[in-house]
Design a protein around this ligand. Structure first.
Ligand SMILES: C[S@@+](CC[C@H](N)C(=O)[O-])C[C@H]1O[C@@H](n2cnc3c(N)ncnc32)[C@H](O)[C@@H]1O
Length: 95
């Protein structure tokens, strides 16, 4: 339920910004929050004209989905069978 709320609601979007601000306030410890990582990937894609994105560890595919329009080709690799099946369904129309 928590994951559904975080992914698909306004509360989830606000939560991402709150996580980012808390991370800044804590002095930017590792790991960085997803919002920051996604923005950095997009910035690097534009700055260096990157065309291909490779991700090891799809999880729910949120990073892939977030950065997709910045790349021509995306490869995301998932070890866990259940998460792999979910990602296959989520991105089926892009295969
Ligand atoms: C922290 S999550 C990845 C989060 C995702 N990259 C994102 O930005 O939303 C780690 C994921 O990596 C997967 N994983 C762990 N070891 C792996 C491996 N050797 N190859 C591929 N996926 C792996 C796990 O099953 C898990 O889904």
């Amino acid at each position: 339920m928590y994951i559904l709320i975080m992914r698909f609601t306004l509360l989830g979007r606000v939560g991402r910004y709150v996580s980012y601000l808390l991370w800044l306030a804590k002095g930017q410890p590792v790991p960085a929050p997803n919002l920051y990582k996604e923005q950095l990937i997009k910035l690097l894609a534009v700055k260096y004209g990157l065309k291909t994105f490779v991700e090891t560890g799809t999880y729910y595919g949120d990073t892939t989905h977030s950065v997709a329009r910045f790349f021509d080709k995306l490869y995301t690799i998932e070890l866990d069978d259940h998460l792999y099946d979910k990602a296959k369904r989520r991105f089926a129309k892009f295969e």
